[in-house]
Design a protein around this ligand. Structure first.
Ligand code: SF4
Length: 390
């Protein structure tokens, strides 16, 4: 096993274009205090007209979402972009892996712009290609690689999606993880799944939806030889869970659920499957961001909800549904810090640059990576049944 360096670059500094960390904004940002930011964004968007299509992920700030032509989860947004071939510029208000997916699914003539290149994703960053290649070598050493099918969550970098495609696997979202795992288990006799990069989504899906036990799952820590496992444990496992997690959803804890239930007798708890297993076990409902939104929209007036997902979305749901009691499932205010990198000054800077003919912050996946990542995405699209939302 080779040693993989994993320098922790402060967001927005240093240069690591191949990683999720990004680089600092190269332009002069308007100050956040500029009272004309909204008018400037509006004017630049109008000047660009049909040439620009702005995508806003559900976890984006309201000040940014107001300029989005569509909002949604990452996969829906990438598909929305692909359905707008007349848009020369796709401005993706989200994070780096989402912009990569949009680039993969849009035509070569379309340019995908990420307003702040430092908007990465800490989860995607936890599985780097060299680490995953090392892990695969470890699985070969353990004599099991031939029976392993990789499945990667949408929330992974393009090169991890490409690795997955190259090794016969597929991408999944939080909506279709169960279907994707069923497909993967059917690909080989005695198949094992290498699930990347979110251990919680993998564990919650395998154990709570597919009937596997916690003993069927092992965690692969890329910092340890053989992921920190014995050869016997690797040979016995059915699910090999990459040691990665979402820094937002991983925060929620079961004791907060207990505390809130003691205060609100009628409380219903709804969480995202990126939450820890112990949290999901205590929740009433678990599902994707789209599922959470649809559930709250359909909930009766007066119902009380604790929601375990990103705070911008929870606040928006509370604002849009004043007839329901909505609380955040954490004692502390916690936004996704990288999602929040995209703010109005960065959006104004990107739009005004494009309007002035200066194409900035283009996210472009290299052709070979794109080819194999597309194969993994296409395998997901060919899955039967459930929708493909994250
Ligand atoms: S919410 Fe979690 S998974 Fe989503 S971008 Fe932020 S760190 Fe990544």
């Amino acid at each position: 096993m080779t040693t993989v360096d994993l320098p922790l670059l402060p967001l927005g500094r240093g240069k690591d274009l191949d990683a999720e960390r990004g680089v600092e904004c190269p332009g002069d940002l308007p100050p956040a205090s500029d009272p004309d930011l909204v008018a400037r964004a509006r004017a630049a968007k109008e000047a660009l007209g049909a040439k620009v299509f702005i995508l806003g992920h559900h976890y984006q700030r309201d000040e940014v979402i107001q300029f989005a032509d569509v909002s949604g989860d990452s996969f829906k947004l990438a598909r929305d972009a692909a359905a707008r071939p007349e848009a020369e510029f796709i401005v993706f208000c989200g994070v780096h892996f989402m912009a990569e997916s949009a680039d993969i699914l849009t035509s070569p003539s379309q340019k995908v712009i990420l307003p702040d290149l430092a908007a990465g994703c800490s989860m995607a960053d936890m599985a780097r290609l060299a680490q995953v290649e090392d892990a695969w070598a470890g699985l070969e050493d353990a004599g099991v690689a031939d029976s392993v099918v990789p499945v990667t969550y949408m929330n992974s970098s393009a090169d991890i999606k490409a690795f997955t495609g190259l090794h016969g696997g597929a991408v999944c979202t939080s909506s279709n993880a169960e279907v994707a795992l069923e497909w993967a288990f059917s690909q080989k006799p005695d198949a094992k799944i290498l699930f990347l990069p979110d251990e919680h989504l993998g564990r919650n899906t395998a154990v709570l939806k597919m009937g596997f036990t916690l003993d069927d799952c092992i965690v692969w820590n890329p910092r340890l030889p053989l992921g920190g496992n014995t050869i016997e444990a690797i040979q016995a496992a059915r699910m090999i869970l990459w040691k990665g997690h979402c820094s937002v959803h991983g925060r929620f804890s079961p004791d907060v659920i207990d505390e809130l239930r003691s205060k609100h007798a009628d409380l219903q708890v709804i969480v995202h499957p990126e939450c820890q297993h112990e949290v999901v076990l205590k929740a009433d409902l678990v599902g994707s961001t789209e599922f959470i939104i649809q559930t709250i929209e359909a909930a009766p007036p007066g119902s009380t909800w604790a929601i375990g997902t990103e705070l911008n979305l929870v606040k928006r749901l509370a604002t849009n549904h004043p007839d329901k009691n909505i609380v955040f499932l954490d004692r502390n205010v916690c936004y996704c810090s990288t999602m929040n990198r995209i703010d109005l000054p960065h959006l104004v800077w990107a739009l005004e640059s494009l309007a002035a003919g200066n194409v900035v912050n283009v996210i472009e996946v290299d052709p070979d990576t794109e080819h194999w990542a597309k194969i993994a995405l296409d395998r997901m699209l060919a899955l039967p049944g459930k929708s493909h939302k994250d």
